[in-house]
Design a protein around this ligand. Structure first.
Ligand code: SF4
Ligand code: SF4
Length: 62
């Protein structure tokens, strides 16, 4: 799955980690979101919709 994070926009709030049903997300040691299990993404778009900073892009999600 094609997932991208704008690291300049991500503030490490953890919303994407919380909402993803498939544990795709983790925060790295700089407190930035990383899609560590992108292959488990089911394109539910929850992370894209919940990110307060519009930092996430997922293939198939607006
Ligand atoms: S689109 Fe859904 S399944 Fe995919 S990473 Fe975001 S929250 Fe997880
Ligand atoms: S929801 Fe957005 S700002 Fe919050 S950790 Fe995830 S990518 Fe970063």
């Amino acid at each position: 799955m094609d997932i991208a994070v704008n690291r300049d926009k991500c503030d490490g709030c953890g919303e994407c980690v919380s909402v993803c049903p498939n544990d795709v997300w983790e925060l790295d040691d700089e407190n930035k979101a990383v899609p560590v299990r992108a292959e488990d993404c089911e394109q539910c778009c929850s992370c894209v919709e919940s990110c307060p900073n519009e930092a996430i892009t997922v293939e198939g999600c607006e």
